[in-house]
Ligand binder design. Structure first.
Ligand SMILES: [Fe+2]
Length: 219
């Protein structure tokens, strides 16, 4: 399938949302909640000079395990290759852009992790680097989610019927077990609630679902 045909598919009447796409969009909502928590932690650090280390740690675990090891793996190992086989160009097209942004996110997370470790080790000079990496990651993921929700997933819904979406969903479930281990997904969802509660009332957009500060169009 050429780029032209792919774009036509997006512009024509939207296909019904399949279970695989719905699963990834629901995960995006969870990611957006955590990005709102992260934005609040950054503001807190900037305004008080004191880093809410526990929140930065919990956000880092979520971004590493839930977002990268699980969510991005579902896209990179299952959805994108199937879309490639269905004719969506995997280089230079929308999939190539998504893969490049996943990699950019990994590099920012590495900087976030290193800055946080140095800060915890008593080096306050790394505050600025942590703020910069966290802000860049949050901005990257928000626009990335918008593109996936509005462009790539619309293509997937046009390409895959409900039976195929069910098969994709089952592959996602296998990744949950192999990459995260049983119970980890639920534990991390519990962590989101704890983080939202812990940062309630902090300056910044409220972190809960549907919050006005979320610009990801993830709802
Ligand atoms: Fe995604």
């Amino acid at each position: 399938m050429s780029d032209v045909i792919t774009l036509k598919a997006v512009r024509s009447t939207p296909a019904p949302e399949g279970v695989a796409v719905r699963t990834l969009k629901t995960e995006h909502q969870a990611v957006c909640q955590v990005l709102n928590v992260l934005d609040k932690a950054v503001l807190k650090l900037e305004e008080t000079g004191e880093a809410p280390l526990a929140i930065f740690e919990d956000v880092l675990e979520f971004l590493t395990v839930f977002v990268d090891a699980c969510h991005h793996t579902k896209e990179e190992e299952v959805l994108f290759p199937l879309m490639g086989r269905a004719g969506v160009p995997s280089r230079g097209g929308p999939i190539g852009v998504m893969l490049a942004e996943h990699q950019e996110g990994r590099e920012l997370i590495a900087r976030y992790r290193a800055s946080l470790a140095a800060l915890k080790g008593g080096d306050p000079s790394t505050q600025a680097a942590l703020i910069e990496a966290a802000r860049a990651y949050s901005a990257l993921l928000r626009q990335h989610i918008q593109k996936e929700n509005n462009v790539l997933f619309a293509i997937a819904d046009r390409l895959f019927d409900s039976e195929t979406q069910q098969e994709i969903f089952e592959s996602f479930e296998e990744i949950e077990v192999t990459k995260l281990g049983a119970g980890t997904h639920e534990r991390l969802h519990g962590k989101i609630e704890q983080m939202v509660e812990a940062t309630a009332g902090w300056p910044g957009a409220e972190a809960g679902p549907g919050s006005a500060g979320c610009s990801c169009a993830c709802h």
